[in-house]
Every structure is written in C-alpha cells, then in structure tokens.
Design a protein around this ligand. Structure first.
Ligand code: ZN
Length: 546
C-alpha cells in the first residue's frame, strides 16, 4: 500500500518555485495531511516499477522537475527527491513536468475504497467534464458536501486542491494534443478549454518554459495523419489481460456498431451530434492501449478520451485488487494464472441496458442477431470503418417505435420503450452520476430490469468497483451458492473489489473449484435497494442459455 498513515512523509518540495502562473497553476502552499509510504515510493522509483506509475510522482529538487516512477532519466539521490500523491501536488509545489517521461501520459489515480468515496466521485466528475465554470463550489454542491470540506479532502488524499487537479488535467491534455496530434494550436487552446490562445500560450510557457511550437518540434515526428483522426497512447499499470477484455466485449458486440476481432476493438460513436468512431488495440511494450479516434469536431476529444479510459478500466490498481481477491481460496488460482483482468465498461449506459433487456431469456447468438436487426431498422446508417455500418438507435427513436416488427416480444419491447422514454425525459441519466443508488432505484422501476441488471450497470457503466450482482444466478452457480442473500454474504470477503470478483466468476465459471468452509466476514452493509426481478445477463447477453 503506497498510502500510509504516518505523518512524516509529507513534504512540500523546494521553497523556490519557478511558477508565477497567471492561470493559477501554482497555488498558495498549504499544509496537507496527505501521506505517502516513503519506503515503498523509493523502492518503486529505483526499480522504475510500472505498477506504481500514476500512484505517485517524484519531484527532483536539483532540476525542479517532476517525473513518473518509470522515468528513464538518471536516478537522483534519495535526499534530492520528494514524493507527491498527484501531478497537481507536484505542480503546486513548484515542479515542472518532465519532457522525457511525460507525466501527462501516466495512468490515472486509482480508485480507492470505492467510488462512494467523495474524492473518487469528485475525480470522476472532473475527468468527465472538467470543472465546469471553474467553480469548486458548484462541484461540492453537486456532491452534496461543503466546498471547504471538499478542499480539505483533496489536500489530504491528493495533496492538491480540486481546482489545481482540474487545471493540471487540462494542462496535461493540452500537452498531449501538442505532442500527439497535428491540430493547429488555436484549436488546441479551445479543445483543452483555455478560452483564449493568449492564455493557452502563457500557461504552456509558464509550466514548460517553452512555447507550444517549441514543444511540438521536440515531439517525435509523426507520420501525417488523415484529417479528423487522432492517435493516443493511454497508459495503464501492468498487468492487463487484454485478450480476455476483448473476448468479453466480443461475445456481446452489437453487430454494425461494435467489432472486437484480431486484437482490435472498434465502435461507432456520436458525441454532441458529431459522428465518428474509435479503435483500440494493445501496445504491450509501452504498457498502453493504442487509441485511434476519428471525429469531425475535436472539442469533444477531452471527454471522449476520459470515457475510453474508463471503459477500458485503465486506472485499476492491480496489486491492491489481487491482494484482496487472491486471499480467497476459490479465486486464488485464477487470480495468479490470469492476472490483470479488468472490468470492461461500456460506451453508453442506455445501450448497455437496452442490450440487457434484449438478452433476457435467449442465448447470445439470438440476442446479438436481434440487436443487429434493431440497429439496421432504427439506427442511423454510418460506415466509417471496417465492420461498422450504423450508430446505435437513440432513446428518441426507440421511445415510440414498433419494436415488435423486428421480432421482439411485447414485454421486451415495452421495457425498451419505457427505458427510452425515461432517458429522453431525463428521469434516468447515465452521465454525471453522483448518487448511483438513486439511478439504480429508477432503473429497477423499468419493467424487466431487476436487481441483477442494475448491479451490472453499476459495475460497467457507473464504474463502482464494489458493486456486485448477487442476484445473478449464473454467477452464484459458479460458486455453488444457492440464494442471493447467501451469495451476497459470501461476496463480502472481496470488498471493496467485488466488481472484479464478478468478472473473474463470469470469465471462469465452470472452471472454479469451490472450497468448502471458506470463512466469510459478517455483513457490514445491507444490500443496495432495488427489487429482485427476473435475471438478465447484462454482461453476456445470454452466454448461459436458459
Ligand atoms: Zn522524467
């Protein structure tokens, strides 16, 4: 565990800051109580251990530059380095980002103690939309806490204020656009949310001591990219079981909208009315996913990249998860033989629930065929790349459409229409979710979507690492558990990483050897609300035929 409870480690870095930022990149220093385990940081730094990438940053006093643990630059003496829990904290203490290891490319802060944690939820909101209007007060209000309390929590856990974190993210994104795309600087200024080119230039010069054009000329020369195409490397902390993530997505890929084959995942998207697609593949050598995005308006790139990061679970902290799940005798063998399984997310919550409803009571193949028919009948034709032919139908279209005409049974058709109407009316929104219990409750009111569906939505759409579908009979069967309450009780041993346990159970169902007499902890929390209805197979669209 990198974060310890000792108090001695917090250090604010050098007294001489090179930062006099007009854009508040540097903040008045404030003593936080954020703590890092110095010994663990030091060992990870000396070993250049990629598993710690993004979990902390290293400020070098002699150069006033901050680095990732994996930086290939010469290793500094221990007395010359300071450790920070976030890039924003290093920036606040007056360090500049290293141009060699590029802190902007590090994997994100791992979720800890679940997303119910206020800081995790705030980080999620910031990464989805940034600090809209720049107001910490608005963010705090959205989260239902006071802004002073939110600031205190951020300082304690990340060593930086919410606005510093948001600002650093924006700065990092701008840097990536400079390095990795051929977008004109004026467009980058607006895409990264700087408001004006003058402010963008000043901010970059202040932080990097170079102009945007100088930075671009330092970047590796790129082959000319086709217009509207952007290429990113999104780093993760290894291990990452890409093969099984892809397999998971392939089994329920919606024909015409998603393709998962030959090491690639591809899908069509529509963001704020702009149509496009993205394609993801593994770059094992760089511990990264290669992402190619095509979209006509680059202004949505920031949120798109964050959504892709979430969908492929790039911030997961495997050693921490493995420590909990590996201690369970029923899961241990698979945790060690197949390390790095992630929770495959989804691009769009509406689509996920619609697919879940379609998959009820029928096998995978039939469910996929039905989804394909639905896409061809009601989706917008769009053929941007290999295998993609349509956009998934929108709630507006599905709300009042004759779904029975393509072979849906009446209850299924009614359920999809009810869902589409609720989304259209804003009663269910899959974006900017703060209170997941509320959305799960609303979902379970849609006929045909029960507790199990809601929990899979929490896992795959809301990214709750501790959600668990104990009402999913197929999962329960994998561990020979009878009732859902017994299964819920059994799952408590995996907290706060029950979503990962669910993915392991799903993936290795049938291969798991159940050990008798596994001791389980007492119930600490009662199950989330939601009535139990019949079971849908949301992650699998019917991998287990009824
Ligand atoms: Zn570096």
């Amino acid at each position: 565990m990198i974060f310890s409870t000792s108090n001695r480690a917090y250090n604010l870095g050098p007294k001489t800051s090179s930062n006099r930022a007009p854009i508040h990149y540097a903040y008045p220093r404030k003593t936080g109580t954020m703590n890092l385990d110095l010994g663990a940081c030091s060992r990870a730094r000396l070993a250049r251990d990629a598993r710690f990438d993004g979990k902390f940053f290293i400020g070098v006093l002699t150069t006033k530059i901050y680095c990732r643990p994996i930086c290939r630059s010469r290793t500094s003496k221990e007395s010359n380095v300071r450790y920070f829990a976030s890039a924003a904290a290093a920036a606040e203490a007056g360090f500049r980002p290293c141009l060699r290891c590029r802190p902007e490319c590090s994997p994100g802060t791992p979720a800890w103690a679940g997303t119910q944690n206020t800081v995790s939820r705030a980080l999620r909101l910031i990464s989805e939309k940034g600090l809209e209007g720049g107001s910490v007060e608005a963010l705090a209000e959205h989260l239902g806490v006071g802004s002073r309390h939110l600031r205190r929590l951020f300082l304690r856990h990340l060593g930086a204020t919410p606005s510093a974190v948001a600002q650093t993210r924006r700065m990092h994104f701008a840097k990536r656009l400079i390095d990795e795309t051929t977008l004109p600087m004026t467009q980058i200024a607006f895409t990264a949310g700087f408001g004006s080119v003058r402010r963008f230039n000043a901010a970059i010069r202040n932080v990097y001591h170079r102009t945007p054009s100088q930075i671009r000329s330092l970047a590796q020369k790129m082959s000319r990219q086709p217009e509207d195409q952007y290429h990113f490397h999104l780093n993760f902390r290894p291990p990452y079981d890409w093969e099984r993530t892809l397999e998971f997505l392939a089994i329920q890929a919606t024909p015409g909208v998603e393709v998962a084959e030959s090491g690639y995942f591809r899908r069509s998207i529509s963001v704020s009315g702009n149509r496009g697609y993205f394609e993801v593949s593994l770059d094992a050598r760089r511990n990264a996913l290669n992402v190619r995005v095509q979209i006509s308006d680059p202004r949505s790139l920031f949120s798109m990249i964050e959504r892709i990061r979430a969908m492929f679970d790039l911030d997961a902290d495997w050693p921490t998860i493995a420590r909990t799940l590996g201690a369970d005798p029923d899961l241990a063998a698979h945790i060690s033989s197949h390390p790095g399984l992630r929770v495959p997310g989804c691009w769009n919550g509406f689509e996920l629930v619609t697919r879940a409803i379609l998959g009820q009571q029928i096998g995978t193949e039939k469910a996929n065929a039905l989804a394909g028919r639905m896409v061809r009948a009601f989706g917008q034709p769009f053929c941007p790349a290999n295998g993609l032919t349509h956009l998934f139908p929108t709630p507006e279209v599905l709300a009042n459409t004759d779904l029975e005409s393509i072979g849906l049974l009446r209850p299924q058709a009614d359920a999809i229409r009810a869902l589409a109407r609720a989304v259209r009316a804003g009663q269910i929104s899959f974006e900017k979710v703060v209170d997941s219990d509320a959305i799960l409750m609303r979902l379970s009111e849609i006929p045909g979507t029960g507790e199990s569906t809601a929990q899979w939505v929490a896992i795959r759409n809301l990214r709750e690492p501790d959600a668990f579908p104990s009402a999913d009979r197929n999962l329960a069967r994998a561990l020979a558990q009878g009732s859902s309450s017994k299964f819920e009780q059994r799952s408590l041993a995996w907290r706060p990483w029950r979503a990962y346990a669910a993915i392991y159970l799903w993936t290795f169902a049938g291969e798991i050897r159940v050990h008798r007499n596994v001791s389980v902890p007492c119930a600490r929390k009662k199950a989330p609300p939601g009535k139990t209805a019949f079971h849908s197979r949301i992650p699998v669209a019917g991998r287990w035929a009824s």
